[in-house]
Write a new protein. Structure first.
Length: 364
């Protein structure tokens, strides 16, 4: 059978695109190299707890159309992302807000906090930040940077802040209110029952093949589809013709513990450089679980290498220039559409993944 669309990747982008094409009467084959659908939003169940297999995914958006779109497929709970940060034996609320500043400096009013930050920034005399460290210091001052930004960022990127470009941090959200809600978006939550059900419903009517390698499939069936949507690594698609793009990855260390509640919060960041992981996720708290045991995942950032799962691009000047070369090649592919964070070499929140997939479908 020849399909209208071969969709490479059964994550959110591919599933939304497939759903929209199926509504138009198109035949879609969706393949994925993994043994499950849903990409990085995939959840598995263990001891009655839904485990976010590839890290925490909290849906948030200010776009009412996107919120209504996902609510067709699942009801969302009232989860609000309110992470905390551990620096040695100190605990701070995130994002940086009056609770953070009160804990840091023993102050109570927004004016006191504002003055403290301004005093620290002024004392540094940074006019043109030359690197990420100077950029962050010029935004939040010494204390917030040292305790809550420096170590976490260096672990995340695998480089010293002095070796990272300033543009990586355009701004650091500082709130002079007692508000621990990490996101500013109008809508937020976790789907009741997990993300898998959303992707399952999106893929209704599509043929799905798991454990399937795109290159092998095309070698065996060259005329399998009229058009292809490719959501994998754009550099891999072109056999790394100009060299590999840089990515960051994450290694997860997950364990079940014989206790009801390990850390009292879904997300706890560890901001000291000497702690090897960036954060611990306690999965049950995403859905207000009361199970007798708990499951936690420690997240260890990694440099990407072949065979390692790429998570997000390193959008520095060199890689952006390299991506533009691949983009020029992609534009010459008449019957291939590139999409998603790996196909577009761009970090997307989930709402942006859905929005860009809908745009791509509309353009067909």
């Amino acid at each position: 059978m020849k399909y209208d669309y071969l969709i490479v990747g059964a994550g959110l982008y591919g599933a939304v695109f497939a759903h929209e094409m199926i509504k138009r009467g198109k035949n879609c084959l969706v393949i994925d190299k993994r043994d499950h659908i849903a990409g990085n939003v995939y959840c598995r169940e263990q001891s009655g707890i839904r485990v976010h297999q590839y890290g925490a995914h909290i849906f948030h958006t200010s776009d009412r159309k996107i919120w209504d779109y996902v609510n067709q497929f699942a009801d969302f709970n009232q989860y609000i992302n309110s992470p905390v940060a551990v620096y040695h034996d100190e605990l701070y609320n995130l994002p940086f807000n009056m609770n953070t500043f009160s804990r840091l400096w023993g102050i109570r009013t927004p004016e006191e906090a504002r003055n403290k930050i301004q005093e620290q920034v002024a004392s540094l005399h940074i006019e043109q930040p030359k690197n990420l460290e100077e950029q962050a210091l010029s935004l939040v001052g010494t204390d917030v940077y040292t305790k809550l930004v420096k170590g976490y960022t260096e672990k995340q990127w695998g480089r010293d802040c002095t070796a990272l470009p300033a543009f990586i941090i355009k701004r650091l959200p500082v709130r002079f209110t007692y508000d621990n809600n990490y996101f500013n978006d109008r809508y937020q939550g976790i789907p009741i029952g997990g993300y898998n059900q959303i992707v399952e419903k999106l893929l209704e009517g599509a043929a799905v093949q798991l454990n399937t390698d795109y290159v092998e499939l095309r070698r065996e069936q060259t005329e399998i589809a009229e058009r292809t949507l490719f959501t994998g690594m754009i550099d891999a698609f072109f056999d790394y013709k100009f060299g590999p793009l840089a990515y960051r990855s994450v290694r997860f260390e997950t364990e079940e513990l014989p206790m009801e509640n390990y850390q009292g919060n879904a997300v706890v960041n560890y901001t000291a450089r000497e702690v090897p992981y960036t954060r611990i996720i306690e999965h049950k708290h995403f859905e207000f679980g009361r199970q007798p045991t708990t499951i936690i995942s420690r997240e260890y950032p990694l440099e990407w290498s072949p065979g390692v799962e790429p998570y997000y691009p390193v959008n520095d000047e060199a890689n952006t220039a390299l991506y533009q070369k691949y983009q020029e090649l992609a534009a010459q592919e008449r019957n291939v559409i590139f999409g998603g964070r790996l196909g577009h070499y761009r970090y997307y929140d989930m709402d942006k993944v859905i929005a860009t997939a809908l745009e791509a479908a509309k353009a067909e």
